[in-house]
Design a protein around this ligand. Structure first.
Ligand code: MRU
Length: 351
């Protein structure tokens, strides 16, 4: 699997996903500002990968800060700058807050040492993320068909995480368990994460994948080619409402109409237990040029047309058969019980 983001020689190497699938190139990030640009411009994207990158951005941002009492406030400013890049994926804020809390909890150490510890902590968060994805993969593998088609939307794969993926982690887990899964990837207008990224990474792993345009999902389901849908999430509210890439809500409605189970796979770091429902989730709106031009080039709509370009939508919990987390697959209405790390998930598991 091609790594998304990693430390090399004291800097952060970030795969520029905006160039995939035709070019595999890395940008060397030497400061937090470059990481921030990478998050904004989608060099790195996908909620968990954004979180890990932000953690690394915090470690880079700490480097030039004065080694005196001003350190913690200045680090908090770096965090605010990173958080402001994209509003929907809660993992961004979660990772920044975790890094800040980690730094503060070590305030008995010299600041020079805290700076090193922040690098180590961000590496641990990357390693943890991969572990978490593998656990999600194991927790959801049995929900995939033994021999059948699975539709996914956007890219919730290795590229969207530290590695392995959430929705694609479940598919990988199923394939590793011997299930014959044929993936149908929605192309995912307007940024084409499905066409460019999901197809690319599944083909790299020799997992059967077929590309369809977003508007072909209903027809493909009607033909009986899809037995399950699995997608990732950018933020899940306490009641199980789940924000994910624009178009996901429509897929959930289509799945319901065709009696196909619709699953959301995400780490618990994507659950915003403080948010009661999906109505509160901030939805990022992006530049209209993403819709009116093909990757900033060929114009495909009249000059000056009004554009509405929300990057995410919210699927109400009632459409979701199970939310697959690293602690198991649970019904959306039981998700809030996992806020307590001492809850035994066993009786809640969807089998
Ligand atoms: O705009 P993007 O590419 O960051 O959107 C990504 C998604 O919507 C993913 O499905 C989500 O972040 C889950 S990634 C494991």
């Amino acid at each position: 699997m091609t790594p998304t983001v990693f430390w090399k020689d004291g800097n952060v190497e970030m795969l520029d996903q905006s160039r995939l699938p035709t070019e595999v190139t890395y940008v060397t990030c030497r400061d937090a500002e470059t990481v921030a640009r990478g998050i904004k411009d989608l060099w790195v994207r996908g909620a968990p990968a954004i979180g890990v990158s932000a953690a690394m951005g915090m470690a880079l941002g700490a480097r030039p800060l004065a080694e005196d009492d001003s350190f913690f406030d200045a680090l908090a400013d770096v965090g605010d700058m990173l958080i402001s890049q994209r509003p929907t994926a809660v993992n961004l804020e979660w990772a920044v807050r975790r890094m800040l809390a980690f730094a503060r909890s070590n305030n008995d150490q010299p600041v020079a040492r805290i700076k090193e510890m922040l690098v180590e902590q961000s590496q641990r968060m990357l390693d943890e993320d991969i572990e978490t994805c593998r656990a999600i993969g194991k927790a959801g593998a049995h929900l995939m068909p033994a021999d059948g088609g699975v539709l996914t939307h956007c890219n919730a794969g290795a590229l969207a995480t530290g590695g392995y993926g959430t929705a694609l982690g479940v598919i990988r887990g199923a394939v590793e368990a011997g299930r014959k899964v044929r993936v149908f990837a929605d192309e995912t207008r307007p940024v084409l994460q499905g066409a460019r990224l999901t197809c690319w990474e599944l083909m790299e792993d020799n997992i059967d994948v077929t590309l369809i345009c977003d508007n072909m999902a209903a027809h493909t389901m009607g033909l009986g080619k899809i037995q399950a849908v699995v997608v990732g999430a950018d933020r899940i509210a306490r009641n199980g409402d789940a924000a994910n890439k624009i178009g996901t809500y429509g897929v959930a409605i289509l799945a319901r109409e065709h009696n196909i189970p619709f699953y959301v796979a995400a780490p618990l770091s994507t659950v915003d237990f403080a948010m009661e429902s999906g109505d509160e989730i901030p939805i990022e709106e992006r530049d209209g040029e993403e819709i009116t031009r093909v990757f900033g080039q060929t114009q495909i709509a009249p000059e000056g047309v009004k554009v509405f370009n929300p990057a995410f939508d919210v699927t109400p919990a009632r459409y979701i058969a199970a939310i697959i987390t690293e602690r198991g697959a649970v019904r959306p209405q039981d998700l809030h019980l996992l806020a307590d790390p001492n809850t035994d998930p066993t009786p809640l598991l969807v089998r």
